[in-house]
Structures are given as structure tokens and as C-alpha cells.
Write a protein that binds this ligand. Structure first.
Ligand code: AMP
Ligand code: MG
Length: 535
């Protein structure tokens, strides 16, 4: 009768669990750690918790699920999305996958602390899988507890939504709840375990299937199941490609290469460093997935990695992300090989990654600088000299690009006035030597000359630049301040950041404080400049 009326109870969610319908289930029904063969998932229920409490929810995501605001404010919502009540249509399960961790095959990993509730079809006909992260042990938990702490859950919740509003493909986050129970964590693995508040994030995505979901099957030479999972994934998530066949598998892999390249271009655009680009953390849809020890570039440093486990080799450093995505796609190509049995076309698809990334990167850089289009003769060196310049002294990436939009293409012959708009981007004023200023001014003059060739108006260019150079990103220290407050029971900053990061490209005078560069105290503080995988 009321097709667009939002749902007023969670039992009305329209579940259609085709992942478990199409694919084989683990025969063992008891929940204990094990290797799971001949199956894509195991049925497992979330662990009930003492006293769930809602910290925040994203109304945009609840709207994807057709939930009314009243429903989202109900106790039932909090209980259901912490795992205390299974609603009609939910069929909870954990997925089996493997992966390469830090370049080494790690065998079976799987949803060790994620429990899928099922997939709903919303009123628009979209399919959304719901998953609780931190809802207790599963057959894939190995020796760990299946739980998540508040600090990492705040980070996952806020960053998922921040990325979405930056227009970057990502899994979403519906809700962040406290379990009311504590979890023991040794944050830096240095013999200092402490009790932390336990939390659950309800993640939402069309699917959570990863590169590693296919890798584990090929590693086990289970080509029948490999085909079944590939067919399911194509039919459900890539239906435009047509009925699965060897040529369709290839078209599918090519599209994954393209989507992954586009995602990485976005990461490089905003200064996002994933931190753990293991193949089990790579989405088959090219979504940013698994927000662990990620970070945002503050001073522009391509060698920076936020992950303390990665500081030695810096495999997952900012500047290496494009290379690692390529390597990970190579592992996926190996996993899909039994379906295609030809090396050259797989290699050609990998080349599509390289090409898509290169072209995407050039266009993205041209957009960041407000150029009409990339012109190799002038712009290749304009970009590379800029990147060198950004590294010469500690320069805040976000502020630099944002302020660059203020530069006028009408020549300003006063050098000090020319560089004035960029001053807020610098961390250490003493580094701005006469020598440095000479380089900066020389580059700016080239840039201005280039803008003059384009002949677009300053106002119009500024608008375009502001649409790709965010003013607000989830700065590492801001997330940490929100966590510090949340750990005392004050969730205002989590909710303010969620609100502010909804409009990252807009000037928001009431949130000016969230656009400030990293304060000095945050330079070396845990959670601000370095993060561990412990979560
Ligand atoms: P990650 O590095 O967070 O992507 O996790 C790698 C693997 O470890 C995945 O299989 C996770 O499910 C698993 N894992 C991480 N933390 C936990 C935990 N607290 N309990 C159970 N499994 C976990
Ligand atoms: Mg993971």
C-alpha cells in the first residue's frame, strides 16, 4: 500500500540470502577453529552481549536499508546490530577466504570476527549484505577472540562513511555500538595488555567477497567450487557481462583491474594510506575494505606507512599502493587461471590496470591543479616537480591543494604575496628558506603560465579544484581525539566528525577546527602517527 514508506520493524527487512543459497555450506555445525574444505562459508551465530549501547549510526546507510529514523533510535536496532537478536530472514554465516599477507601466502584466514547477517533487497531493488564486525568467534577465528575494540571500530565506522562522501568506492557502515563488555588488547604487542571497551560495527556492501575468497579455492585445487563462486559473483554483481564462460571470466577480471585502478587513483588523490593491502583485504568490487591501521597523509611523504608492523619494509607505504594493487591483481589472476587457462589475456588484463591507473592518475592530477586536461609536454614535469616540492619541506597535502585554488592566474609580481595563500600548509616555518622559496615561486610561476594557456576563469577553476581537493579528511589525530572522548562515554566528537565529513569538499565555517593541520603533540602519539594491527 505504501511502497516508499520506511520499515518500522527490523523483521520486515526483505532478506534474500543468495550467497548461502548458491554456494556450499560447511558440513560441520559446531563453532570451533578449523580448516574448512568444500565450502564457501560456515553458519555461525553472533555471540550475545551484556549491555549494548549505540554510539552512532549513519542515516544515509539506514536509508539504503529503508529503515525509519524511529527504528534506528530503538533499542531493538541496537540489539540487532550488536548481534543480540536475529531477525526474520537473517541466516548468519562467516565466509572462508585466504590471502597473501605482506607478500606471503598465509593459507586460510576467513571471517575471524565478522559475521554476515544475510543480504537484503531494498525498495529500489538494490542488494546489500549486512555484516557485524566484532560479534564473536567463528570457525575462522584461529586463536583470536572474534572481538573488536571501540578505538578500531570508531576508526572503521568514521572512515567508511568519510570515504563514501569523498566519492571513493568503499564498504559502508550502518552503526557503531558498544557491547558493554571489555576486551583485552596489547595494543603495541609489547607486553602491556589492557582492558578496552568492546564494540561492533555493522558494515554494509553489495558483497564482502575478496581476492582471497578465490585464492583459497585455487590453492586447494578446488576448481569446481572456484567456478561456482566465480559464477555466483558474476551473475549477482557483474550481470551486465553475460552468462559465465572463459571469455566472460576474462572480461570480469579486466573489469576488476579497472575498478581497482580507479580506487587506487582516488586513494592517491586524497592521501589515504590503507596500511594492510593484503589480498584478503582487496574487494572483488574494487571497494575500499577493512579499515585497520590506515592513515591519512599529513605532511606529504610517499614513504609514510601508518602501520607499525610495516615500518621495516614499508610495503604498504603511500607511494607503493599502485604497485601493490598490481601485485595483488597478479595473485588474483593466478587464482582465476584455472577458469581461463591462458596466460596472455590475463597479462593483457593486468596491463589494463597499468593503463587505467596511469591515465586516471594524470587526469586526477590535472583535476587537482584545475587544468582543463592533461597535456603531457607541459604537465608531466609540472606534476613531478610539484611532488618533489611537496617533499622538500613538511607540507600538509590537504591544505596545500585546497589553498592552491586561491592562486590567481593573473600574474602577481610580488613574490611574497604570491606564496602567502600556501603558508597555512607548512609545518615548520624555519624550513622555508630563501632557497626553498625560490623553488616554490618558480613552480608557481610555471603553474600560472599553464593556467593562462587554459584560459579558464579563476572562479570557475577554483570551483572545480574544490570539488576534488577536500577541505576535510579524517585526520589521524582527529580520529584519536574522538576515540579518547568516546572511551570516556562522550560520543559527541564521533557524531560531529561523522556530520562534518559528510561534506568534505564544502567550506563549513562551524567545523573550521576539523580542517586544521596536525598539532605538534600528535606528531609521535600512538594512534595519531602510528597504528598497530591490534584492534
Ligand atoms: P586483518 O589484518 O584485520 O584483515 O585480519 C586478518 C585475519 O585475522 C582475518 O581473517 C581476520 O578475520 C582475523 N582477525 C583479526 N582480528 C581478529 C580477532 N580479534 N579475532 C578473530 N579473528 C581476527
Ligand atoms: Mg581483513
Amino acid at each position: 500500500m505504501y511502497p516508499n514508506k520506511p520499515l518500522s520493524q527490523l523483521d520486515d527487512l526483505n532478506f534474500d540470502n543468495n550467497f548461502i543459497r548458491d554456494l556450499p555450506c560447511d558440513k560441520e555445525t559446531h563453532n570451533y577453529p578449523r580448516q574448512v574444505f568444500d565450502a564457501c562459508y560456515s553458519k555461525v551465530l553472533p555471540t550475545k552481549v551484556a549491555n549494548p549501547q549505540r554510539v552512532a549510526y549513519a542515516h544515509e546507510v539506514s536509508e539504503l536499508l529503508d529503515l525509519s529514523p524511529e527504528l534506528c533510535n530503538s533499542d531493538d536496532f541496537t540489539h540487532v546490530f550488536t548481534g543480540n537478536r536475529i531477525t526474520k530472514g537473517m541466516e548468519p554465516y562467516a565466509i572462508c577466504y585466504g590471502g597473501h599477507q605482506f607478500g606471503h601466502w598465509a593459507g586460510q584466514l576467513g571471517d575471524g570476527r565478522a559475521i554476515n547477517l544475510g543480504e537484503i533487497i531494498n525498495k529500489k531493488g538494490e542488494r546489500w549484505a549486512l555484516q557485524l564486525k566484532g560479534a564473536g568467534r567463528t570457525p575462522y577465528s584461529r586463536t583470536a577472540d572474534g572481538l573488536a575494540v571501540l578505538r578500531s571500530s570508531v576508526r572503521e565506522f568514521l572512515c567508511s562513511e568519510a570515504m563514501h562522501h569523498l566519492e571513493i568506492p568503499t564498504t559502508r557502515a550502518l552503526s557503531l555500538t558498544l557491547t558493554g563488555e571489555s576486551v583485552i588488547r596489547d595494543m603495541f604487542y609489547n607486553g602491556n595488555p589492557k582492558a578496552e571497551p568492546g564494540a561492533v560495527v555493522c558494515r554494509v556492501a553489495p558483497t564482502f567477497t575478496r581476492f582471497g575468497s578465490f585464492q583459497i579455492l585455487t590453492a586447494r585445487r578446488d576448481h569446481t567450487l572456484l567456478k561456482q563462486l566465480a559464477d555466483h559473483t558474476i551473475r549477482t554483481h557483474y550481470p551486465h557481462l553475460g552468462e559465465p564462460s572463459p571469455s566472460i571470466y576474462l572480461a570480469w577480471f579486466t573489469e576488476i583491474c579497472q575498478k581497482t585502478a580507479e580506487m587506487i587513483v582516488h586513494w592517491q588523490r586524497v592521501g589515504f594510506v590503507h596500511g594492510v593491502m593484503n589480498t584478503d583485504n582487496m574487494s572483488i568490487l574494487g571497494l575500499t575494505i577493512d579499515y585497520g591501521p590506515y592513515g591519512w597523509l599529513e605532511n606529504y611523504d610517499p614513504n609514510w606507512t601508518p602501520n607499525t608492523t610495516d615500518v621495516e619494509h614499508r610495503r604498504y607505504r603511500f607511494g607503493n599502493q599502485p604497485e601493490i594493487a598490481y601485485w595483488n591483481l597478479g595473485q588474483l589472476a593466478n587464482a582465476l587461471y584455472p577458469l581461463i587457462e591462458q596466460v596472455e589475456p590475463l597479462q593483457a588484463a593486468l596491463n589494463v590496470y597499468t593503463k587505467t591507473f596511469e591515465q586516471g592518475w594524470q587526469t586526477m592530477m590535472a583535476d587537482k591543479l584545475g587544468l582543463n586536461r592533461y597535456q603531457p609536454e607541459t604537465d608531466e614535469s609540472l606534476f613531478s616537480d610539484l611532488i618533489a616540492l611537496l617533499q622538500r619541506v613538511e607540507t600538509d597535502m590537504t591544505i596545500f591543494y585546497r589553498q592552491l585554488a586561491i592562486i590567481s592566474r593573473h600574474v602577481n609580481n610580488n613574490d611574497e604575496a604570491l606564496i602567502l595563500p600556501l603558508m597555512p600548509a607548512y609545518y615548520v616555518p624555519e624550513q622555508l628558506t630563501a632557497d626553498y622559496k625560490t623553488y616554490l615561486i618558480a613552480w608557481l610561476n610555471r603553474y600560472i603560465k599553464r593556467l593562462q594557456e587554459d584560459n579558464s576563469s579563476d572562479v570557475e577553476r577554483r570551483k572545480r579544484m574544490h570539488a576534488v581537493n577536500p577541505k576535510f579528511v579524517l585526520r589521524n589525530y582527529l580520529a584519536q581525539l574522538a576515540i579518547d572522548k568516546a572511551e570516556t562515554g562522550d560520543f559527541t566528537m564521533v557524531n560531529e566528525l561523522l556530520d562534518c565529513l559528510r561534506r568534505p569538499y564544502d567550506e563549513q565555517p562551524n567545523y573550521e577546527r576539523y580542517a586544521e593541520k596536525r598539532p605538534d603533540w600528535a606528531r609521535q602519539r600512538a594512534g595519531c602517527s602510528m597504528l598497530s594491527c591490534s584492534s
